[in-house]
Ligand binder design. Structure first.
Ligand SMILES: CC(C)(COP(=O)(O)OP(=O)(O)OC[C@H]1O[C@@H](n2cnc3c(N)ncnc32)[C@H](O)[C@@H]1OP(=O)(O)O)[C@@H](O)C(=O)NCCC(=O)NCCS
Length: 144
């Protein structure tokens, strides 16, 4: 598997949008400049993605999806570790995320659920936090 940067105007972005929306994940804010997105390509076919939204000294891990036919092969794990490295490169001190269905998955990667009131202001100001993710989604943090 190769991990490739996805730019907002590319045709790859349309494929990633489809993967995300099929999984019920938000796509409205993908073209925002603070959002970096990478795709997972297998023999030239895009099969998954991960995103990292810069928010001050912290980051929002987001847009993690693997196409249904490709799940259970460790691809999401590889995408997450790739994003952790990019976050460390950017000297972020913590990663946050919101999830409705995969809290158990992220717990295994070192995230812990926290109260939304503990969000740093820059994370609280992201569209994912303030409007795109349902209020009952789990809010999680991993210190880097
Ligand atoms: C969650 C998701 C990204 C995992 O992708 P994947 O490539 O299959 O994950 P991996 O192969 O790295 O890991 C598989 C392991 O995670 C577990 N797992 C997968 N989805 C899970 C979930 N939603 N909750 C808890 N555990 C989960 C599997 O049981 C498996 O465990 P095992 O290794 O003990 O057998 C994928 O199921 C998906 O795209 N789901 C829809 C979108 C989504 O929920 N994204 C996350 C929220 S932003």
């Amino acid at each position: 598997m190769q991990i490739l940067p996805i730019t907002p105007q590319s045709c790859e972005m349309d494929i990633i949008r489809r993967l995300l929306s099929d999984a019920g994940l938000p796509t409205d804010d993908l073209a925002e400049p603070q959002v970096l997105l990478w795709g997972a390509a297998h023999h030239g076919q895009l099969v998954g993605s991960v995103g990292l939204e810069h928010a001050g000294r912290a980051g929002l891990l987001r847009s993690l999806v693997v196409g249904p036919a490709w799940r259970g092969n460790g691809l999401a794990g590889r995408l997450c570790h790739f994003a952790f490295e990019r976050a460390r490169d950017a000297e972020m001190d913590a990663l946050y995320l919101l999830t409705e269905s995969a809290a158990g998955y992220f717990r295994a990667l070192g995230f812990a659920e926290i109260d939304r009131g503990e969000a740093p202001p820059e994370i609280a100001a992201t569209q994912q936090f303030s409007s795109l993710c349902p209020g009952d989604a789990a809010f999680m943090r991993k210190r880097l």
